[in-house]
Design a protein around this ligand. Structure first.
Ligand SMILES: C[S@@+](CC[C@H](N)C(=O)[O-])C[C@H]1O[C@@H](n2cnc3c(N)ncnc32)[C@H](O)[C@@H]1O
Ligand code: SF4
Ligand code: SF4
Length: 335
């Protein structure tokens, strides 16, 4: 009886602990972008985006349900004209808000930027490699963004995507991270959302990056977010080998994804799968969509072989090691 009462109390005050509402929502809030990165498909997406009032109502619903954080991504989130209004509204409702950005528009949006809990900035190599992958002037933009954010007392985190063009040129990324004392995570360029892709990263090229990062993580791992286990996992994934461990998917209990046109899905790798996404605008909005997504019968028990987002992968690797206590917790909450 006390256990049930305790669980009810926790559920009322911290709904995300009950695993029915995620702690955070990663929101691809726009597909518009001011860059054209070789490995990214966002700019080709033509879906209708949520209007300001639809987006504000989603924020309101999320806050009521107990979501604690929005991670705004895209496309380039700062391309949305109503971004300041949305960020202010998220903050006003007591939620945390973070942003992934290519950095170009950071210096033009200081009032909004000051409200962010953290910012992830993309950096893919030295100036010529980064600009070749992304767009001319992009490297200078990201360095300017780093310095602007540090000037505001916000320490950005760096994200780097490994593709054929930069696989042997990652020193500069670590050099910048080291210079500004910033954490950095790497992930391979994924082609799962791209139709008829050219090889974004071949195994041969990835091996160069893998060896370099592995030796770096053995020497000093303080700035590198990737664990050795995740690097080994990526290598096995790309070489179609047996995975180093039978990974289970737990990260989708803590974070889910919303697309620019208002579909809810478990995670970014699955957001384009028709049978894996639920329209929040239809039926009864976010609440019903989350209930359907997190229904015990529809939840994915096993990790799929698509786990390329560095943060999801790290969490899945870590929690797979603590799997049994987690399963007990799930059983307790779901009965
Ligand atoms: C989609 S972007 C959105 C935020 C912002 N426009 C930026 O570039 O940082 C978020 C992150 O996803 C990464 N990304 C984009 N396409 C990818 C792909 N095909 N595979 C792996 N990561 C990808 C980007 O490099 C970036 O770090
Ligand atoms: S800046 Fe971000 S959203 Fe835009 S094309 Fe590059 S990775 Fe994609
Ligand atoms: S294991 Fe699959 S479902 Fe789970 S986060 Fe990774 S890609 Fe998504």
């Amino acid at each position: 009886m006390y256990l049930r009462a305790g669980l009810k109390l926790i559920n009322n005050h911290f709904p995300w602990v009950s695993l029915k509402v995620p702690y955070s929502l990663s929101w691809h809030i726009t597909n518009a972008c001011n860059e054209s990165c070789l490995y990214c498909d966002h700019r080709f997406r033509k879906q209708r985006e949520l209007s300001t009032s639809e987006a504000l109502s989603l924020v309101h619903d999320a806050a009521l349900l107990g979501v604690k954080m929005f991670m705004l991504t895209g496309g380039e989130p700062l391309m949305r004209q109503d971004m300041e209004q949305l960020v202010f509204s998220i903050k006003k409702q007591g939620l945390l808000v973070a942003m992934a950005s290519n950095g170009r528009l950071i210096p033009d949006n200081l009032p909004l930027v000051k409200k962010l809990t953290f910012v992830k900035l993309s950096l893919d190599g030295d100036e010529s490699t980064h600009d070749q992958i992304r767009s001319p002037g992009s490297f200078r933009g990201v360095i300017r963004a780093i310095e602007t954010l540090l000037g505001l007392g916000i320490k950005p985190r760096l994200s780097s995507v490994i593709c054929n063009l930069n696989a042997d040129k990652l020193e500069k990324v670590l050099e910048v991270a080291n210079h500004y004392k910033l954490k950095v995570k790497f992930q391979p360029a994924s082609d799962i959302h791209i139709k008829n892709p050219p090889p974004l990263v071949t195994l041969e090229k990835f091996k160069l990056a893998y060896d370099y990062l592995l030796s770096h993580s053995k020497k000093s791992s303080s700035l590198l977010v990737n664990s050795q286990a995740s690097l080994q996992y990526y290598y096995a994934l790309l070489s179609n080998n047996k995975l180093p461990m039978a990974l289970h998917c737990h990260s989708t209990l803590f974070s889910n994804t919303i697309t620019a046109d208002g579909y809810l899905s478990l995670c970014t790798p699955l957001m384009e799968d028709e049978d894996q996404r639920i329209d929040c605008k239809e039926s009864q909005g976010l609440k019903r969509a989350l209930a359907m997504l997190h229904h015990p019968k529809s939840r994915r028990p096993q990790a799929c072989r698509r786990c390329w987002c560095a943060h999801s992968l790290e969490l899945n690797l870590l929690l797979t090691s603590f799997q049994n206590p987690l399963r007990c917790m799930r059983k307790l909450f779901w009965g």
